[in-house]
Ligand binder design. Structure first.
Ligand code: ADP
Length: 330
């Protein structure tokens, strides 16, 4: 019983992007932490599903946590922690692997895309890349989560989490809350500015199309002004035929609280649109950059937040994970 529970996470695989912010993190800060018992996690175990450098993962985990706080998460209001600090995630993950089938894991779009990319580079695919959704289900279900605020790319994994929760409950008795996805009204999928048919991702090697939360205003302006559009001249909102322009309109709408189709009608050139997008993004990210400067100077504060966050998360997860072990006969 009690308050609504919310859980979500970010991978420590690079600087957070404008996509992470508009798709997920901004809502966590502006809405979710104020209206619910909310937990936000740096999911470092997930970062090990592809080739990784140990020192880099550790550095990026603290950096991701710092960026979450800079984005406005308030440790007085919500719980911010690192996944690997709370062993309950791994304990429950195994039970989720015993609930899921290999077929439903292989059908996940993210697995298919990432596995294909690994193989194309001549590399092998880590088994954990396949089982990733079992760990993500455990992340969510351990907390009795009602709502999972994510971008569109994660919706399929939350759907699978729902299936696993229902299957487990049916087989072993009511143990888990069945969670639901919440998506932002606009910009649920921010696209790469140079390649507007693929999503803006923090681990992309080419950064010309990716806006990082800490990009200087001049860098943001340059990236937006060089964004790929198309050879038409009029400004029309058509995500299918005109993905580059639609992406800019979505970003503008998300930053200014407007509606992308309505905004399209207010512009008759790409130049004017890009100029306004650039300024809207600079203004949206300004408070994040300002708060980040203070936080980055105080790593022991961030470490303290993460230590207290892990304690709180562990206390919340423990009883439910224990109950799940009991339910399956362990
Ligand atoms: P990334 O793909 O950048 O590594 P994560 O997997 O860490 O991102 O996702 C963190 C959150 O940000 C998730 O809720 C995810 O859905 C959201 N997100 C990631 N990329 C985008 C994007 N381009 N547009 C909207 N939301 C996104």
């Amino acid at each position: 019983g009690g308050r609504t529970r919310i859980f979500s996470g970010v991978q420590p695989t690079g600087h957070l992007t404008l996509g992470n912010y508009l798709g997920a993190v901004r809502r966590w800060a502006e809405e979710d932490q104020h209206r619910a018992e909310a937990l936000f996690c740096v999911v470092d175990l997930h970062a090990l599903t592809v080739e990784h450098d140990p020192a880099r993962v550790r550095r990026l985990s603290r950096q991701a946590a710092t960026l979450l706080l800079a984005s406005g998460l308030d440790p007085e209001l919500c719980t911010v922690f690192v996944q690997s600090h709370v062993a309950e995630h791994l304990r429950l993950s195994y039970l989720m692997e015993c609930t899921a089938s290999d077929g439903e894991m292989r059908r996940m779009i993210q697995y298919k895309e990432k596995a294909a990319a690994q193989r194309a580079r001549g590399g092998s695919v880590r088994l954990s890349l396949l089982t990733y959704p079992a760990l993500m289900a455990a992340d969510i279900l351990a907390y009795g989560t009602h709502e999972v605020p994510v971008g569109e790319d994660q919706a399929q994994h939350v759907e699978l989490t729902r299936d696993l929760a229902e299957r487990f409950n049916q087989r072993y008795g009511a143990t888990f809350v069945v969670p639901r996805t919440t998506l932002p009204a606009v910009a649920a999928r921010v696209m790469d500015l140079q390649e507007p048919t693929s999503k803006m991702g923090k681990s992309h090697a080419r950064t010309a199309g990716v806006i990082s939360l800490l990009d200087e205003p001049e860098v943001v302006r340059k990236k937006v002004l060089r964004a790929v559009t198309d050879t038409e001249r009029d400004v029309v909102y058509d995500p299918e035929q005109r993905p580059g322009v639609a992406n800019l309109l979505n970003v503008l709408a998300a930053c200014t609280g407007g509606d992308p189709e309505q905004l399209a009608g207010e512009y008759d050139s790409y130049g004017a649109l890009k100029k306004d997008v650039a300024e809207a993004v600079v203004e949206t990210l300004r408070p994040v950059r300002e708060r980040h400067a203070g936080l980055a100077a105080d790593p022991s504060y961030v470490d303290g937040v993460l230590r207290r966050g892990a304690e709180r998360a562990r206390a919340l997860a423990r009883p439910r994970v224990d109950a799940a072990f009991e339910a399956v006969g362990l």
